[in-house]
Structures are given as C-alpha cells and as structure tokens.
Design a protein around this ligand. Sequence first.
Ligand code: CP
Length: 311
Amino acid sequence: MAADLITMDDLTNEEIEALLNDAEKLLPVAKGEVYLPLLEGKLLGNMFFEPSTRTRMSFETAMKRLGGNVVNLGALASSSVTKGETLFDTMKMVDGYCDVAVLRHPRQGAAQYAADACEIPIMNGGDGAGYHPTQTMLDLFTIRQAHGRLDLNVVMVGDLRYGRTVHSLSHALSRFGANLTFIAPASLSMPEEIIEDLQKSGANITVSEDLLSNLPNADVIYMTRIQKERFADEDEYLKVAGIYKLSRSNLKDVKESMIIMHPLPRIDEIHPNVDNTPHARYFDQAFNGVVARMALLCRVFGVSVPKEVGK
Ligand code: CP
C-alpha cells in the first residue's frame, strides 16, 4: 500500500482538484452536522516530534468525524524517544500499530525516511524547513473557496527560507498558474533551488523586500511567522524579528476581494485589528484543515466521498 504524501509532487493537478472537491463535500461532516463513518475501524498514528496545535488536532478531528480512531505519540518527554530510541525504530512501532501515520519532525527529509521504513502510508505533517503538503491542501482550499480559482496574484511574506508552508504552497500554486511574489529580508529569502525549480516550470516570480508596495495588486497575502526555533544564533533572529507587520491601517488600497492568510501560529505579523475585516481568512483557513485532511485520509484508504453528503 503506497499513498504517501511527502511533497506536493506526490499529487497530480487532477488529484488535487478531486481532493478539493471532496473537501468541499465534507464541510457538513467537519462541522458535526452530519455523521459519516467512512473510516470506521481505521487507526491513525499522530507522530509529532515538534509542537503542533492545528496539524495534530485537525488530523485527529478529521479521523474521528469520519468514524476512525487516533493514537498519539504524546509528549516526547513521556515517550521512549527520551531513552534514545531512533526515528526508524519508533516508526516501525507505529507501522505495526496503525493503518496510516502523520509525522512531524524537526529534520528535513524525515518524512521520506519514515515512508521508506514503513509499509503504512506516511503523511508529512511538516519536516523541518522542508515541506508541509497537507497544509498546502487546506491553503489551496481556502484560496479556491474565496476566489473560485487559483491563477491569482499571491504574495508570500516573512520567513521564506525556513517556511515549509510556503515551500509547498509555491510549488502547488505555480502548477495552477499563479503569479508569485516573495517578500522577505535577504537572510530569509526563498531558497535559490526552490526559485530555480519554480522558474523551470514556467512560474512568474517577483522577489522583493517591501510589503506595502505589493499590497494593492495582491489577491492573496500569505503572512508567515519568523521561526525563532530554526535560528542557530538568537542575534540573527533578533535582526529580523517583527520585520513585517500588517494592521488595518495598511489595508486602505487593497482589492476588496483580497484575502489575508497565515498558517498560524502568529506572533506579531498580523495585528488583531485585522481579524474583523472581510480580508482576514486565517481562522477559516485553520478550520479548513479538517476538511482537507478528511479528503486526504479518504484517499489514503481508497474510500470514495459520496456525491451528496448528508442527503
Ligand atoms: N499550520 C500549522 O502547521 O500549525 P501547527 O504548527 O499548530 O500544526
């Protein structure tokens, strides 16, 4: 059985579109309005070696809303990881216990490593500064929900060097014809190899350090947190901490339809006075993690989502 999801290259554009359609149908299930036990008897292993609120909880919610069940690695301090157990051995355990596993790990490449070690499908829940493809599915869903299409002007802002969400999202959006603007300080710019990959596939890319001048033309502003935990030197972090901040007063000249997204958690990138504007979509985006992950879990098990859920 192989339905690993390590990067967005594991999904064709047709598969992405079908998953987004399935996610749409599953909205009443995610809201608890309809019970649809498509995954009854299936067990998900939540293997989080780094902190998470949304990815871990939305996978668990998705599984349980679909009648499945979940076991968690739990706090690392209470697991045998503290005794020195390797990632390989730990994943061999979940391979025996579960039917599918989500892995979040600080090391880039850890998800592929786990997938090579396991028979069960592995879903990459974020591998260091690498990729975060299940986040990309909910991001695409949120953009399509707001605009009805993906070939838009998308501005990604903040920590583009270590930001796995923007690495995965830029690959996916370029395949659907989006124009991408990358805004970051020089020390946190999008990795050159990612820009080269995107350009090879014909993506239209603009690189800038200035947020405000890029707001009026944007259909989507995708803010990200400067990830303190990825810096070896705190002084380097302090040089860029708080560099991009969006508040209500910055939104006077933006398009009426422009949406502001953020994978969350936010620190100070988006002022709370933006939350009640029609542009703010980051909490809806986080909720969409449930439907996006439901659709992905159904795909893993080869389960079809009914055409009309709840009728
Ligand atoms: N967006 C995201 O990955 O959030 P968590 O780190 O809380 O899972």
